[in-house]
Design a protein around this ligand. Structure first.
Ligand SMILES: CC(C)(COP(=O)(O)OP(=O)(O)OC[C@H]1O[C@@H](n2cnc3c(N)ncnc32)[C@H](O)[C@@H]1OP(=O)(O)O)[C@@H](O)C(=O)NCCC(=O)NCCS
Length: 177
C-alpha cells in the first residue's frame, strides 16, 4: 500500500518539488503546495474535512494533522489550513486550525480546533493552544494554556522565514539523493 492514500475517491494533490518521507501517511483531501516537506512519521488525514499546506512549509517528524467533520451546529467543521513558510516542529498536533504565513510551531505543541494563528508568530515548544483562540501577529506565545509572552525581536521575525528556507534546502538535498 502506498503512503499517499485516496479516500472516497479523493487523492492528495502534490505540487512540484515536494518531499514526502516514505514513512509518513498522507490521505484524502490534502493539497500540498510547492516545496513543501513532510518528514518521517507524519500522519495527515484529510478524511472528514480538508487539509491545505502552503508553499515551502515543513512538517517535521512525528507530527499529526487532522480535522473535524461538518455538523448541524458547525456547518464548516474545522478544516486544517496551514499557510506558506511555516515550520511545524517535531511531534506537534495540529487539529482543525488555521495558520497564516511565517509561523514557527515549537516541538510538541498542540493546536486545537478553531484556532487562528496570524502571520509572523512563534509558538514555544510544548505549548497548548485551546480551541478558538486567536494568536496575534508579531508575538511569542508559550505555555499550557498558551499566553502571549512578548513581542518578537527583529531577528526572530527574520528567522521565521529563514527556518522555512533552511528546510527547503534540506529537502532538496534529500530529493537529490
Ligand atoms: C520559547 C523559546 C523561543 C525561548 O524564548 P526566550 O524568550 O528566548 O526564552 P528564554 O530561554 O530566555 O526563557 C525565558 C523564560 O521562558 C521559559 N521558557 C522557555 N521556553 C519555554 C517554553 N517552550 N514553554 C514555556 N516556558 C518556556 C524559560 O524557562 C524562562 O523562564 P524563567 O524566566 O522563569 O527562567 C524557546 O524555548 C522555544 O520553545 N523554542 C522552540 C524551538 C522549536 O521547537 N523549534 C522547532 C523544531 S526545529
Amino acid at each position: 500500500m502506498t503512503n499517499i492514500r485516496s479516500f472516497k475517491g479523493i487523492t492528495p494533490k502534490i505540487a512540484n518539488n515536494v518531499y514526502i518521507d516514505q514513512s509518513s501517511v498522507i490521505g484524502g483531501d490534502v493539497v500540498l503546495g510547492p516545496d513543501v516537506s513532510i518528514w518521517p512519521l507524519v500522519a495527515a488525514r484529510g478524511d472528514v474535512n480538508i487539509i491545505r499546506i502552503g508553499a515551502r512549509t515543513n512538517i517535521q517528524d512525528g507530527t499529526v494533522l487532522h480535522v473535524t467533520r461538518k455538523g448541524e451546529h458547525n456547518p464548516d467543521g474545522f478544516p486544517l489550513i496551514i499557510g506558506e513558510d511555516v515550520t511545524v516542529g517535531h511531534k506537534c498536533m495540529l487539529h482543525g486550525c488555521t495558520l497564516g504565513n511565517r509561523i514557527l510551531v515549537g516541538m510538541g505543541a498542540i493546536i486545537m480546533d478553531g484556532v487562528v494563528v496570524q502571520d509572523d508568530v512563534f509558538i514555544g515548544a510544548g505549548s497548548l493552544v485551546p480551541p478558538n483562540k486567536t494568536l496575534e501577529s508579531g508575538y511569542l506565545y508559550v505555555g499550557n494554556p498558551v499566553k502571549q509572552a512578548r513581542p518578537l525581536k527583529e531577528n526572530e521575525i527574520a528567522f521565521l522565514k529563514q527556518s522555512a528556507l533552511n528546510y527547503v534546502t534540506l529537502k532538496n538535498d534529500y530529493l537529490e539523493q
